[in-house]
Design a protein around this ligand. Structure first.
Ligand code: PGA
Length: 260
């Protein structure tokens, strides 16, 4: 049975003192989290080391929000795979729709980043999802399949198992408009089927597919009750500890129900 991953994407929010406070409170809260639910938080680059230090030994993992597709060198403003690895980071988000929208990210550059992360043993959390226009034009399946093909180009059976996929419909991100559990499940099932067709059944069954897009305490249970939704990539609701911790508690309950 897949465990549940609840990843908080903090985006460009929370400064040094806010991160310190959040992590210390999360440290307290983490003692109450039961088996089967993994917490990951993704603060901005400058605070990864501090978060890692505060949360070491708690089981809460840190993720970066992006990585360069280049190797160390003269690339001002970039952060490399080896730099992240030197912090002993286990996860990194790539291909987020905000990177695609504002920083010209494409499936091709996501694929290059993914390979960089695999080189150093960091698990990529690969984001993909359709825009509103694409959904309304009945192109969701086509778009998602083409993103999968592009992002995982050249990734073999051995490496695909080291990845996490996050389905994030662009129209649901930060808009308050969540995909219904049925809409999300349909795409998650499509992704799992693609994994089975391209790789094998075991891989498709083991790989985590997270949902992201206005997930919050009020809707997380129904989303997590879907058979192919293995957790959340949570933006806005993850920077408020009361909301994030409530969602974790719900995930723990869902995990126990799944076990029955
Ligand atoms: P949101 O963001 O939960 O604020 O919609 C999700 C994300 O962008 O990962």
């Amino acid at each position: 049975m897949r465990d549940i991953i609840m990843a908080g994407n903090w985006k460009m929010n929370l400064d040094a003192s806010a991160v310190e406070k959040f992590c210390n409170e999360l440290l307290e809260f983490s003692h109450s989290v039961e088996e089967g639910v993994k917490m990951i938080i993704a603060p901005a680059y400058p605070f990864l080391a501090m978060g890692k230090l505060i949360l070491s030994g708690t089981g809460v993992e840190l993720a970066a929000q992006d990585v360069s597709f280049r190797s160390d060198g003269a690339f001002t403003g970039e952060v490399s795979n080896t730099m992240l690895a030197s912090l002993d980071l286990k996860y990194c988000i790539i291909g987020h729709s905000e990177r695609r929208q504002y920083h010209s990210e494409t499936d091709r550059t996501v694929n290059a980043r993914l390979k960089k992360l695999l080189e150093v043993g960091i698990t990529p959390i690969v984001c993909l999802g359709e825009t509103l226009e694409e959904r309304e034009g009945n192109r969701t399946q086509e778009v998602v399949l083409s993103q999968l093909k592009g992002c995982f180009d050249g990734i073999g059976l051995h490496d695909i198992g080291k990845c996490i996929i996050a389905y994030e419909p662009v129209w649901a991100i930060g808009t308050g408009r969540t995909a219904t559990p049925t809409q999300a499940q349909e795409v998650h099932a499509l992704i799992r089927k693609w994994l089975e067709d391209q790789y094998d059944n075991q891989t498709s069954q083991e790989l985590h597919i997270l949902y992201g897009g206005s997930a919050k305490p009020e809707n997380i249970r129904e989303l997590l009750m879907q058979p192919d939704i293995d957790g959340g990539l949570i933006g806005g609701a993850s920077i408020v500890l009361a909301q994030y911790s409530k969602m974790i508690q719900t995930a723990c309950e869902v995990y126990q129900e799944r076990k029955k």
